[in-house]
Every structure is written in structure tokens, then in C-alpha cells.
Design a protein. Sequence first.
Length: 288
Amino acid sequence: MFPASFEYHTPGTIDEAVSLLKQHPDDAKLIAGGHSLLPMMKLRFAQPAHLVDLRKISGLSGIREIDGAVLIGATTTHRMIETSAVLTRRIPILPEAAHLIGDPLVRNRGTIGGSLAHADPAADLPAVILALGAELKVLGQKGTRTIKSEAFFTGLLTTALTPEEVITEIRIPDLPAGTGTAYTKHPHPASRFAVVGVAAVITIDGKTIKRARVGITGVGEHAVRGMAVENALSGKSPDDAMLAAAAAHAADGLELRADSQGPVDYKKDLLTRFTLTALTRAVARAKT
């Protein structure tokens, strides 16, 4: 199918993009890579009258190191994240997850900001930024504000962004010493979206787990923290039995949904299995 007719805008600055969103608050959409929006437009699930392309705005793409954090521009592609030496050295879970997104064409065009703003319930990066405790810098008519990742995803394809706001940057705090990370998923065989995906960030101090953050995607309306798993890990010695016991709590407190990928019991079983895999890998990496 062909999309409904629309007016195409190519702002040269982020302020111009925000102004366009303000002018058309109910019928404008942002586009960066386009892999989420364009298929919806072709099926006419989305019919924006105005399309605002961010790709010509300088300064929105790139990866920068600062004291205590790494900053990733919103239009940075998955491929740039996958191949970044900075991220491989400082935050390796991001290249690991980016490598598992779609195929080379998707990774070369899709962007981190687009993925997060679209908030697909089976996307990979939302779970990862939750596990990392990332912050999102956004710009709107009222100026700049920062949204913590825990408060960003609010529902199915819904975020804390207001209609005139644009993600400009994602801030990832440095990982503490003794931290291991891992992302793993059961991918859909065609789309490569996560039927279940789990991100684990584990910090070990001596022989005990000092800090644990777990992000989960694919099983509900949006990515969430695996709080029950985190609580089961905190202060414990990370042996195989303990990790298995913690992974058994992966579905606790979550609203798993049945869909075309399988019933709730199937999702719960996958979630337990992949949580254990992510925890095991993260702990092993924390010890090296």
C-alpha cells in the first residue's frame, strides 16, 4: 500500500523541528531512520499530515565521552553503536544489543532515539537503557528537560514525551568497577524483534552482588525493570543455584500478555530461561 499524502519538512536545526511540532501538534510525526514509522504509514495505521525529518540536523548524531558518562546523540544509528570502540570499552551491553537488532539494513538506518521514542514493546534498546539507568535529554517549546529511563516508557507505543518534544541525547552513566553486563533474547524469526529480551547489569563487590539492574522487553506493553529479580540478587553470593532462584522471579509483578507469539505460560517460561542466561553471562563478565 501507499501512505496517505503528507507534507515533508527537513529542518536544519533542532529548534526548527520543535517549532514545526508546535505548529502541527496533532498531525506531525518525526522521522529519523524510518524503519518503525514508514511501515505503519504504508499500512495507514499512521497517517501524519506532516513528516519532520531529523536527518539534516547537525549535532544530533554521535557518541561522546565525558567525565562519568557517555553521551549518545538521538540520531546515532544502531550500526554506529554496534561498532563503537568507546561503547565496547565502557558500556559493552549496548554494542552487544545493537548487533542483535534486525539485519544490516535496519542497523545502518535505524536510530537509538527513534527506537526509544517509538517504544515498541518488543524493541531491544528500551530494556538495555532501563538496565543501565540511562537518562534522556529532550527539547520542547518549554526548553530542555531530562527524563529518567524508568519514567520514560508509559504504555503501548507511548512515552513521557509531549507532542512537541524531541529526544536530543541519551546519557549513560559509567559502570562501577566489578560490573558485568549482558543482553540476550529469543528473536522472532522474521522481524528479529524480541519475543523475550533480557538485559542484565550486575556489580560484584568481593563475593556478593552489590548492585543489580535488569531490563525486560517483549512480554508486556512496554519494557520494564525486573524488580523482583533485582531484589532476589541483592546482597547474595552469585552461585548457580542462587542465579536460577532469582531468575525464577522474572515474571513476578509483571503483566505478561498473550499474543501471536504465544500464550502467557510460554512467555513466562522463555522469560525465566533468558533471564538466567543474561544473569549468568553478566556475573561471569563481572568476575573477569
